[in-house]
Design a protein around this ligand. Structure first.
Ligand SMILES: *Cc1c(COP(=O)(O)O)cnc(C)c1O
Length: 406
C-alpha cells in the first residue's frame, strides 16, 4: 500500500515505496516482513550495522542519566571523545556539530577565521573541485558548486573557486592573494566514488605549505573506518589542517565534528562559533561507543581484508557482465560499480534481489555495507549482484535484438 500520495513530508525525496521496522547487523526487516541485505548503511552511517549491542547499551545508559545540558557547562563525555579523536588523528581540537553540512560549515568558517586572526581578513576564498559534495546548507552548496542543487535558492554564497577534478595546474592557477584554503574529499563519495590519487593529495599538501593555505579534508563519508583506516587520509599519509566528520561518527546517532590543529584553530576563540545540540552527552555516548568498537584490535585489518575479497568478486562479475558494469571503484568498504546501464536500473534490480544500495554521480552504484559485515554476507551480496547483472544483461540484449528486428 502506498501512502506517499497522502504524506505530509515535504516531497524533497523521491522515496522508494518501502519501509523498514527493524534491523539486525547487516540485515533490515521491512514492515511486510521481508529481509533485505543492507549495503547502504543509511548512506555510510550505520558502520556498526543495526542494533549493535554496544551502541544500544551506551545510548540507553546515557539516556537514563542525562541527554542534554548545553555547552554552557563542561561535558566530560565530549572531552573524552575529543581527546580520543585527537589521539587517533593529526588534530589538537574538536568542535562537535550535528551533521555533515554543519561540520563543513564549521570547517569553512575556521579556515576563514584563521587568516583573519593572522591579519588577513581578505583571504577568505576556498578552492574546491568539480563534482564535490559538501552538504546542503547555503555555504556548503556553494562549496560543492553543483548547479542542480543551487538553482532557485538565490545568490550563491561568495568565496568558492571550483577547479576540475584532478587538475593540479588549475589548482595552482586558481590561487590568488585572497585564497584561504583548499577543500577536498579524499574519495569523492556522492560524486561517484572517485578516489583521489595519493600523489595528488601530496601535491595539494605541498601547494598549501608553499602558499600558507590550509588543507581541509571533507571526511564526512570517508572517515570513521569506511575507507579501511579510521580516516582516509591515513591511507595516504597526507594530513590536513582541518577535517570534517559526520555520517558514521555516531553509528546512526546524528552527529558531526570539525577536527583541527591548534594552529588552524587559533581564530576560534570563545564566542566565535557554537551549536545548541552539538556534543551533547547522548551523542557523545554514541560516538564513544563507535570508537570502542573501531579501535579494538584488528577492526580495520578486517575491513581491508573484506574489501579485497569483495573487490575480487566484483571484478569477476564486471568481467562476466561488461554490458552492465564497466568499472569497480573505491577503497575499503566505500565501493562503487560504474554502470553501463542507467545506475538506477541496477539499484532497482538489486532491490528486487532484496539487497539495497545507493546511486551516486557518474552513473555509479555505491556499495556501503556496515563495516561489521562478514565474509559470508559479502559472498551473499556478490551472488545477488551477479543475479541482478544477469537479469539486466538479458533485458538489454533483448531490447537490442528487438531494436535490430524492428
Ligand atoms: C553526506 C555528506 C555531507 C553532508 O552531510 P549531512 O549530514 O547530510 O549534512 C558532506 N560531505 C560529504 C563528503 C558527505 O558525504
Amino acid at each position: 500500500m502506498s501512502e506517499q500520495g497522502t504524506s505530509h513530508l515535504l516531497p524533497t525525496y523521491a522515496r522508494v515505496d518501502l519501509a523498514f521496522e527493524r534491523g539486525e547487523g547487516v540485515w533490515l526487516v521491512a514492515t511486510n516482513g521481508e529481509r533485505y541485505l543492507d549495503f547502504t548503511s543509511g548512506v555510510a552511517v550505520n558502520a556498526l550495522g543495526h542494533a549493535h549491542p554496544r551502541l544500544i547499551a551506551a545510548i540507553s545508559e546515557q539516556a537514563q542519566k542525562l541527554i542534554h545540558v548545553s555547552n554552557l557547562y563542561r561535558i566530560p563525555e565530549a572531552e573524552r571523545l575529543a581527546a580520543r579523536l585527537c589521539a587517533a588523528s593529526f588534530a589538537d581540537f574538536v568542535f562537535f556539530a550535528n551533521s555533515g553540512a554543519e561540520a563543513m560549515e564549521g570547517a569553512i568558517k575556521m579556515a576563514r577565521k584563521y587568516h583573519s586572526a593572522n591579519g588577513h581578513p581578505e583571504r577568505y576564498r576556498i578552492i574546491t573541485f568539480d563534482g564535490a559534495f559538501h552538504g546542503r546548507t547555503l555555504a556548503t552548496l556553494a562549496a560543492g558548486g553543483q548547479k542542480k542543487y543551487l538553482d532557485g535558492f538565490g545568490p550563491v554564497v561568495e568565496g568558492f573557486d571550483q577547479v576540475p577534478f584532478g587538475d593540479l595546474d588549475a589548482v595552482r592557477g586558481a590561487i590568488t592573494p585572497e585564497t584561504a584554503a583548499i577543500l577536498i574529499e579524499p574519495i569523492m563519495g556522492e560524486g561517484g566514488v572517485r578516489v583521489v590519487p595519493p600523489e595528488f593529495l601530496r601535491a595539494l599538501r605541498q601547494i598549501c605549505d608553499q602558499h600558507g593555505l590550509l588543507l581541509v579534508f571533507d571526511e564526512v563519508q570517508t572517515g570513521m573506518g569506511r575507507a579501511g583506516e579510521l580516516f582516509a587520509y591515513q591511507r595516504v599519509g597526507v594530513a590536513p589542517d582541518i577535517m570534517a566528520l559526520a555520517k558514521a561518527l555516531g553509528g546512526g546517532f546524528p552527529m558531526g565534528a570539525v577536527l583541527a590543529t591548534g594552529e588552524a584553530a587559533k581564530g576560534m576563540t570563545a564566542g566565535t562559533h557554537g551549536s545548541t545540540f552539538g556534543g551533547n552527552p547522548l551523542a557523545m555516548a554514541a560516538g564513544n561507543a563507535v570508537l570502542d568498537v573501531m579501535l579494538a584490535d584488528g577492526f580495520f585489518d578486517r575491513v581491508k581484508r573484506l574489501s579485497l575479497l569483495f573487490k575480487q568478486k566484483l571484478a569477476a562479475i564486471k568481467d562476466r557482465y561488461p554490458s552492465v558494469i564497466s568499472e569497480v571503484r573505491g577503497e575499503g568498504l566505500l565501493l562503487g560499480l560504474r554502470a553501463v546501464v542507467p545506475s538506477g536500473e541496477l539499484v532497482d534490480a538489486l532491490r528486487a534481489e532484496k539487497m539495497i544500495t545507493v546511486a551516486a554521480g557518474d552513473n555509479v552504484v555505491r556499495l556501503l555495507p556496515p563495516l561489521i559485515v562478514t565474509e559470508g554476507e559479502v559472498a551473499d551480496a556478490a551472488q545477488r549482484i551477479e543475479r541482478a547483472c544477469e537479469q539486466l544483461a538479458n533485458k538489454h540484449a533483448q531490447a537490442l535484438t528487438q531494436g535490430a528486428a524492428g
